[in-house]
Design a protein around this ligand. Sequence first.
Ligand code: PLP
Length: 382
Amino acid sequence: MTTDKRIIPIALPSVGEEEWLATRDVFMSGWLTQGPKVKEFESKFAQFHGANFGIATTSCTTGLHLALEAMGIGEGDEVIVPAFTWVSTANAVLYTGAKPIFADVSLKTNNIDVEGLKNLRTAKTKAIIPVHLFGLCADVDAIKAELPGVKILEDCACAAGAKYKGRFAGTLGDVGAFSTHPRKSITTGEGGVLTTNSLGLAEKMDCLRNHGSSVSEEQRHVGPKPYLLADFNEIGFNYRMTDFQGAIGTVQLSKLDQFINERSKWANYYSEAFSDISWLITPEVPDGWRHAWQAYVCYVDPAKSPIPRNELMEILQQKGISTRPGTHAVHNLGIYKKLYGFNSQSFPNAYLCDQQTLAIPLHNRMSKEDFDYVIQAIKEIS
Ligand SMILES: *Cc1c(COP(=O)(O)O)cnc(C)c1O
């Protein structure tokens, strides 16, 4: 085991020559924005996840917005979201004019707490956005049982390739919104993909991502009268992915299973190594779930930990090991406190997760020596 100082980032995308070469065709073709490469990527992405349709977007955030718009959600509506998630899950609801209704999370899974969800339902409740945080699917069947008839938009930002009871993330509700940001399992720099089995929603999302155009740019260019502009029957957005990103995405997608299998192996390696540290609670995977391990997020038990979490993070930082809180409690962010008068205890579990979770490095460019270095550094603290 090496004792030399290492620099280990929290995440590092696995991209290189193959992805770079894939962009060559795009440069040479002269078609740079959403075109054949995006089409190929979104189709393959949908196929991989067992969904009928894939709609590429500029990010998961814009994907969430697009999906909510396509579902007809707007002013006067309410959408339930977990309080412990990335800020954009809730922001996307606000973009539409609807109101996010926060639910607390389970300390065991970091995902939305299903118990009591039905108490949040009002006549205005139109949808719920379960988040599959860090790559572990939320218990969607239990959510459906609690909230029958409420539309489900899965926040799959962390869940490319994740499975729940034999089904892939992105097919568990009405629409799934994935991210291909470099922090996620596969990347296109920025970007995202929506999945759905509904032809109606797919057509609507396809139209709205392109300004609400009745005909896609590509279709118009190859059609009989390319000189005529399309009609626009509703207000849309420009959420189109570029063909560069599409080309990169197809290469990345072909490696997704391998990426998850490798990370899964190392996640188990971590969990085994930490099993005798009573204050560090390692992530659990319920039977029947396939964790995609976008991140490896532990919980530092405040009652047992020898030092506070942030001091732990500082010590690891000094050893060259990057760590992060799992994510943040959205209700405790300045803007949400201001909008709704929340305090930290409005959603106590989300606040605990915000304060006590610890993501340690897990990515596909780490060596065994890197993992051992992280393990040793944490063991030295205990
Ligand atoms: C990263 C993330 C997002 C945002 O994804 P972008 O593609 O960066 O917009 C949304 N929700 C969750 C849970 C995330 O982790």
